[in-house]
Design a protein around this ligand. Structure first.
Ligand SMILES: [Zn+2]
Length: 470
């Protein structure tokens, strides 16, 4: 049998060209500032046209676009983007079911193996997770997105970056460690989650090896802070943490940020990203919304009901088009995440980009209660803000009654802090959640640490806040 040629990683990309196309720090800020709005639009337009051309060769896109009455000549420029039908993760799921194991949206061939490839995956609460392939360009461009974030968040060459997500199927940990080592001179310390390296050991390593920055989910930072108290470690005094790169979830009022900042004695930086297109937005030291990696993604916000473009500054579904990803292209992916986007402007930190709000909720987790749209994750603000709770909660939705008399009911199970015996807690929470949701919900106060098996807290993935029993 003839062996096929090995596609060596180091020779698969024109690296100087790649670095000019997707500038890593510290040149990123200057490169973006040097572009006028017209020049950035031109750059995005050029990359968009390249990605659209590639997408026409992918059955998933060709079939969907043709069914929508489009022909290749109809999408001439970025300004035509809204003509293209958006897709959701359900469409990807169907594409995989129809053409297992990778789906009709992929455009690589393992038989040809023309470039090095890596399989990562996302989601998959039922059945197999959705696979996404990475070629070296997608892999390194997504690492550069993270490197820009670390740099804007105060990382300095030689800093130890402790990454408390596991290098496994999901790619946040991989992006972080690749960014640290390849693109910003940090020393990645890949401890993985608490499942891989126990929380006490995580803190001991940080103390002994001088961790300067952390990559961790907000919920896990709370667990580490509680472990520190138990073990007699003073986070602010015994550790040398300067910055924390995290994902705060819905934290409009900033309760979780304040809590973490007080516990760790350092600045907290929120970020937003998604598996297929990488880190879309990152916070800088000015803490003024999130910077968008404009050269790697085009963002649109659409009305969550009608799908029409939302007004400037209005919250709606985030639709993203990747500008760097060819294997496979990602064009108008409706992420069902509620966000706000604002235009390009100069930030106090010296970066000139579009800005993205923090995460506002999941529109596919929306529950209709008495004709009111309720987003379970928006309970986070209220619950994190009350010191009588651990901040942990789970919204349980079920149908009660039969036939015409049936209705949907939501019960919010909230953990109280150990030792709290306040008989008013339940009523107080019900009142505050009524205000937050605009409709009354049932509240059930439960013991500390009792929800983790249902929310997945402390595990590998994102924490679940909705249990749908309908
Ligand atoms: Zn900034």
């Amino acid at each position: 049998m003839t062996q096929r040629a090995i596609p060596y990683y180091w020779s698969s990309v024109d690296w100087p060209r790649f670095m000019a196309d997707y500038p890593p720090p510290p040149t990123f800020a200057g490169a973006m500032a040097a572009l006028s709005d017209e020049q950035l639009h031109e750059l995005q337009d050029k990359r968009f046209r390249d990605r659209v051309r590639e997408a026409w060769a992918v059955p998933f896109y060709r079939d969907r676009w043709t069914a929508a009455g489009l022909e290749p000549g109809d999408i001439r420029e970025l300004d035509d983007i809204a003509k293209i039908p958006a897709f959701t993760s359900d469409d990807l799921k169907r594409s995989i079911e129809d053409e297992p194991p990778f789906g009709s949206h992929q455009n690589f061939a393992l038989e040809a193996m023309a470039t090095p490839l890596k399989i990562q995956s996302s989601g998959g609460t039922s059945g197999l997770p959705r696979p996404t392939l990475f070629d070296p360009v997608a892999w390194e461009a997504q690492a550069i997105q993270f490197a820009r974030a670390f740099h804007a968040q105060g990382a300095q060459v030689g800093d130890v970056l402790q990454i408390t997500l596991t290098n496994s199927l999901a790619n946040t940990a991989w992006c972080s460690s690749t960014a640290a080592m390849n693109w910003c001179g940090l020393v990645p310390l890949t401890t993985g989650s608490g499942v891989v390296t126990p929380s006490k050991r995580q803190l001991e390593l940080a103390r002994e090896w001088g961790t300067a920055g952390w990559v961790a989910f907000g919920e896990y930072l709370k667990i580490l802070a509680e472990t520190a108290v138990r073990e007699g470690i003073d986070l602010a005094r015994d550790l040398r943490t300067r910055f924390i790169h995290t994902y705060l979830g819905v934290d409009v009022e900033g309760h979780l940020r304040k809590l973490l900042s007080a516990a760790w004695g350092c600045e907290i930086f929120d970020n937003y990203g998604t598996h297929e297109v990488g880190l879309i937005g990152f916070e800088c030291e000015a803490h003024d919304n999130l910077h968008v990696n404009d050269d790697t993604a085009v963002l649109e916000i659409t009305d969550r009901e009608s799908g029409a473009p939302a007004g400037t500054g209005e919250p709606g579904n985030l639709i993203v088009t990747s500008l760097h990803r060819s294997v496979p292209p990602i064009i108008r992916y409706d992420l069902k995440d509620l966000m706000r986007v604002s235009g390009r402007r100069m930030c106090g930190c010296g970066l000139r980009t579009s800005k993205l709000s923090g995460f506002l909720g999941r529109s596919d987790e929306m529950v209709k209660l008495k004709a009111t749209s309720v987003y379970p994750r928006s309970a986070q603000d209220v619950i994190q803000g009350d010191a009588r709770t651990t901040g942990e909660f789970l919204c349980v939705v079920e149908t009660v009654g039969e036939g015409l008399a049936s209705r949907e009911r939501m019960r919010v199970r909230i953990e109280k802090r150990a030792g709290v015996q306040d008989p008013r807690l339940e009523a107080d929470m019900a009142k505050m959640l009524h205000t937050a949701f605009g409709v009354s919900v049932d509240v059930e106060i439960v013991p500390p640490d009792s929800l983790a098996p249902l929310t997945g807290l402390g595990g590998e993935g994102k924490v679940k806040r909705l249990l749908d029993l309908r």
